[in-house]
Design a binder for this molecule. Structure first.
Ligand code: NAD
Ligand code: IPM
Ligand code: MN
Length: 362
């Protein structure tokens, strides 16, 4: 197949991890006989420095014209002044909104060999296989916000707003995905306090009535945060609003062992999607060549699965990642505590994964 993939490396470790994922996709193309055309554009702080805006029109146009977009990360201390007029994160939020990507799929399936990396006891991790479906283009991220001065005192507010339609489409997707999995949806909200959560819960119940083969439970976000740590295997599909999903997925990442391992797919109505690791630009390790590229490489696998419908190719990448981990390769974030084993750089980890990919039967 021929496909056009836009790469948006972004800031910090973004370019380091996207480089490895691109090379993995190139190996997939060679082995499976596809032609992927890559074009690269700036986003985030890199784009602010070059163009004064976090996402230039031609970059957005290239994304719109592509089959899929693979992004590294945006942001960093250089662009974090609270009074800044333009912010790197605006590029990413604008891209999600402009492409209509209202659902963000964040799977978490711990790899048994990495149980040591998680602060949880291994028996708590047994059987964990969850998928968070995070609403991505509504809620606090996109509601009206104000920062001003009233009667000489500073004030600021953000607004958490959802319409019935926005809730119903993402909850429906969660139910459809649950059907292909263990058939259970947990809808997470704050319905004891928030009006928007009470609407969310009502719609979840209505969507649930149209999917009687899928079990639905509801949980308040605070106790759900605890259940993620105490009983993570009790979840199958979680569906939740934008900000709750952002926070809960960084928490869930530690079930896998590191933020650097976790991929995501952002989808809307059509096949075109945006794929990115769930982590950020990691300013503390940027430029050192030690970032874990697996979250981005597994995001590339999700790109093949969801946007290009190349399931065998996606599985080949997932197999290669699992085999690489099983062989003992470790970046610093997943190195066994106290181990004297050599720690792999970002580039070495990518190369090991490509070696295994080269051995996959086609
Ligand atoms: P972060 O995710 O960048 O880093 C949190 C911690 O995890 C750091 O210690 C970092 O070193 C570590 N880490 C993250 N990814 C890693 C990897 N691949 N390998 C090894 N270790 C990894 O979160 P932060 O420090 O709160 O945010 C930094 C910047 O990133 C902010 O500007 C934020 O807005 C931005 N951000 C961007 C995205 C995105 O582009 N999708 C996501 C989250 C945060
Ligand atoms: C993420 C990030 C983004 C978000 C930021 C950078 C806007 O934290 O993708 O998880 O909050 O959605
Ligand atoms: Mn986040």
């Amino acid at each position: 197949m021929n496909a056009t993939i836009v790469l948006l490396p972004g800031d910090g470790i973004g370019p380091e991890v996207v480089r490895e994922a691109r090379s993995v996709l190139e190996v997939v193309a060679r082995r499976f006989g596809h032609r992927f055309t890559f074009t690269e554009h700036l986003i985030g702080g890199a784009s602010i420095d070059a163009h004064g805006t976090a996402l230039a029109d031609d970059a957005l146009a290239a994304c719109r014209a592509s089959d899929a977009v693979l992004l590294g990360a945006v942001g960093g201390p250089a662009w974090s002044d609270p009074n800044a007029k333009v912010r790197p994160e605006q590029g990413l939020l604008g891209l999600r909104k402009a492409l209509g990507l209202w659902a963000n799929l964040r799977p978490v399936r711990p790899i048994p060999e990495l149980a040591d990396c998680s602060p949880l006891r291994p028996e708590r991790l047994a059987g964990v296989d969850l998928l968070v479906v995070r609403e991505l283009t509504g809620g606090l991220y996109f509601g009206p916000r104000v920062s001003d001065v009233v009667d000489g005192r500073r004030r600021a507010f953000d607004t958490l707003e959802y319409t019935e339609h926005e809730i119903a489409r993402v909850v429906t997707l969660a139910f459809e995905l649950a059907r292909e999995r263990q058939g259970r949806v947990t809808s997470i909200d704050k319905a004891n306090v928030l009006e928007s959560s009470r609407l969310w819960r009502q719609i979840a119940i209505e969507v649930g009535q149209r999917h009687p083969d899928v079990a639905l439970d509801h949980q308040l976000v605070d106790s759900a945060a605890m259940r993620l740590i105490t009983a993570p295997a009790s979840f199958d599909v979680i569906v939740t609003e934008n900000m709750f999903g952002d926070i809960l997925t960084d928490e869930a990442a530690i079930l896998a062992g590191s933020l650097g391992l976790c991929p995501s797919a952002s989808l809307g109505h059509g096949p075109r999607g945006l794929y990115e690791p769930i982590h950020g630009s990691a300013p503390d390790i940027a430029g050192k060549g030690i970032a874990n590229p697996i979250g981005t490489i597994l995001s590339a696998a999700m790109l093949l699965r969801h946007s290009l419908r190349l399931e065998a190719e996606a599985r080949a990448i997932e197999y290669a990642v699992a085999a690489t981990i099983a062989s003992g390769a470790r970046t610093a974030d997943i190195a066994a505590p106290g181990s004297k084993d050599a720690v792999a750089s970002t580039a070495e980890m990518g190369a090991r994964i490509r070696d295994y990919l080269g051995k996959v039967e086609v």
